[in-house]
Design a binder for this molecule. Structure first.
Ligand SMILES: Cc1cc2nc3c(=O)[nH]c(=O)nc-3n(C[C@H](O)[C@H](O)[C@H](O)COP(=O)(O)OP(=O)(O)OC[C@H]3O[C@@H](n4cnc5c(N)ncnc54)[C@H](O)[C@@H]3O)c2cc1C
Length: 533
């Protein structure tokens, strides 16, 4: 083990998606930044985002309209000041992405001028989604990775999992509680390292992997939420888990999303017999918000005993479909499905974590020296339901606002001299890895069955009993055996599962993404669900 002093930085950013890398680039001309990623640098939800990023670029659109649409989608639980803050800074922050080299699709106006092609998605009353064909996240992530990898002040450490935050209390420092570093599992070297930092930022993404079916990549295991909770931060609104209505249903393709923009461009949802059903549920039809569409699909699947429903855009000209959705078209062809000719089988899947670590407009958490930005955070933007294409936006707006605050605070912060090293002298190598595998599957399956799209109090209580049993087992395992990626993720997932169920049990109404048969009505004065450690 190298001595602690080998590892220190001004700002430690845990996560290399749109949030983490945007922040790193915003800071790096003025301080030293270290960015961690659990796997390869570009692996995160950002890379897989298809639809795009919302911002008012059309002169017939307005910031007020973006705010209103977001508030409506959020079903009475958005924080209006956060919504206004984000919508009014959207254009500048998207322009910053463009300045970094992100290429969004353009079109030629009838007058012969070039402008950004804006698409429309569920909940938006205007065309306001900038996109790069149907692979916007790939374009954003690849551009940011390229810029960050070549910046002399950014140190990138791939395959390094943050295990836990280190607080001043933990090391017996007097004064206000603050975060002074983190323990990090270096997967390549198989050892835990200690990183000192003046400021730590959680940009670890969401927690959709707590469910058996998800559109998210493997890294979305709620690590940041669990670490912040263990360190003493409040979390909020974790009962609001967004299920994307249209994930491909195919035995050979796990987690492949069929973007909402397909419905924006006219794709229809159909039963196995070819009839439409969305008009029976909502007058906005296929463009109703995601929660309504996901519940309608779930309802029809359960009512008919069907394995899936279908998404059909075959009425549109084949050229149009291939030009707008090239990635999806190609991917489906490899699976023997032709998007231009036939309906595509779909099911809902866990997609986005609306709640998270509570932060202010600068991404500051309850602890000094700790920020949270991107999907890991709860800013108040999404309320009870996230509107499509607002989340990449939240990442880049909070990367900007957090960078301003961090740069203001840094000169006053002293790096701690030394941190205690990780002690693994009393742990063994496990000869029972099957325990992790088993608990992992069990957790994700009962979260899907008991804490999914439609909930009841009884099912939530049943889930909580199982979570408590798993927590005990995992805690014992963690205390006795050397850590591994799967063990770290399981420990975090089971923590986040507990927080989700606690939030869900305390909301005695059905609102937005939280739907319970025991409380189908809505409270008059709804409040965010805030959990205090
Ligand atoms: C299939 C799909 C399509 C989507 N489409 C859209 C869309 O069109 N528009 C939109 O606005 N949103 C979309 N979203 C949501 C959006 O992509 C995410 O909310 C957003 O990208 C999150 O960015 P992030 O930077 O917060 O996290 P991520 O991009 O998920 O990055 C998280 C990072 O944290 C790292 N990390 C996690 N835990 C640790 C740890 N313990 N130690 C070290 N590193 C860690 C990971 O390695 C990764 O680098 C989509 C999501 C998915 C899954």
């Amino acid at each position: 083990m190298q001595p602690n002093s080998e590892y220190f930085t001004d700002v430690l950013i845990i996560g290399s998606g749109a949030a983490g890398l945007s922040l790193a680039l915003r800071l790096a001309d003025q301080c030293k930044v270290t960015v961690l990623s659990k796997g390869p640098l570009n692996e995160g939800a950002t890379f897989y985002a298809q639809g795009g990023i919302a911002a008012v670029f059309d002169e017939t659109d307005s910031i007020e309209s973006h705010v209103q649409d977001t508030l409506i989608a959020g079903a009475g639980l958005c924080d209006p000041s956060a919504v206004e803050f984000i919508a009014s800074n959207a254009k500048d922050c998207v322009q910053w992405l463009i300045d970094q080299g992100v290429l969004f699709d353009t079109e030629i106006t009838p007058g012969g001028e070039s402008r950004y092609h804006l698409t429309r998605e569920g909940g938006h009353s205007h065309r306001r989604i900038l996109h790069s064909a149907d692979a916007t996240g790939k374009e954003v992530e690849t551009t940011l990775v390229q810029k960050a990898s070549t910046h002399p002040n950014i140190c990138i450490r791939e395959r390094c999992n943050a295990v836990d935050l280190i607080t001043s209390r933990k090391i017996g420092l007097a004064g206000p509680l603050r975060v002074v570093g983190a323990y990090v599992w270096n997967r390549r070297l198989e050892r835990v390292e200690t990183l000192r930092a003046k400021t730590v930022v959680l940009a670890t993404g969401g927690a959709a992997k707590v469910y058996q079916y998800t559109t998210n990549p493997d890294i979305s295991s709620g690590d940041g939420i669990a670490m912040a909770w263990r360190a003493g931060c409040r979390v909020a609104n974790l009962e609001f888990n967004q299920f994307h209505p249209t994930c491909l249903y195919h035995p050979q393709a796990r987690n492949f999303l069929l973007t909402e923009a397909l419905r924006g461009e006219g794709a229809l949802l159909k039963r196995p017999d070819g009839t439409r059903f969305m008009p029976d549920f909502d007058q906005r039809g296929e463009l109703a918000p995601r929660d309504i569409v996901a519940r309608a699909i779930d309802h029809e699947m359960k009512r008919l005993g069907a394995d899936c429903m279908y998404l059909d855009i075959s009425d549109k000209p084949a050229d149009f479909v291939m030009q707008h959705f090239p990635t999806i078209y190609e991917k489906l062809l490899t699976l023997g499905l032709d998007l231009t000719k036939e309906p595509i089988p779909i099911v809902p899947a866990a997609h986005y974590t609306c709640g998270g670590v509570m932060v202010d407009h600068c991404g500051r958490t309850d602890l000094n020296g700790l920020y949270a930005i991107g999907e890991v955070s709860y800013t108040g933007l999404h309320g009870a339901n996230r509107m499509a294409s607002n989340s990449l936006l939240e990442c880049v707006v909070y990367a900007w606002s957090a960078s301003q605050d961090i740069l203001k605070q840094l000169p006053q912060i002293e790096l701690v001299r030394q941190l205690p090293e990780w002690d693994d002298s009393r742990v063994d190598n496990s000869d029972e890895r099957v325990v992790i595998q088993h608990n992992w599957h069990e957790l994700r399956l009962f979260m899907w069955d008991y804490v999914g799209i439609v909930r009841t109090t009884k099912r939530l209580e049943r889930a909580m009993r199982r979570i408590q049993m798993l927590q005990q087992e995992i805690h014992e395992y963690y205390a006795n055996f050397r850590i591994s990626n799967n063990l770290l993720e399981l420990r975090n997932l089971v923590q986040v599962a507990e927080l989700i169920v606690r939030c869900a049990l305390s909301r005695e109404e059905s609102r937005g993404l939280h739907y319970t048969l025991d409380y189908p009505g809505q409270l008059e004065n709804p409040k965010p669900t805030i959990l205090q450690p």
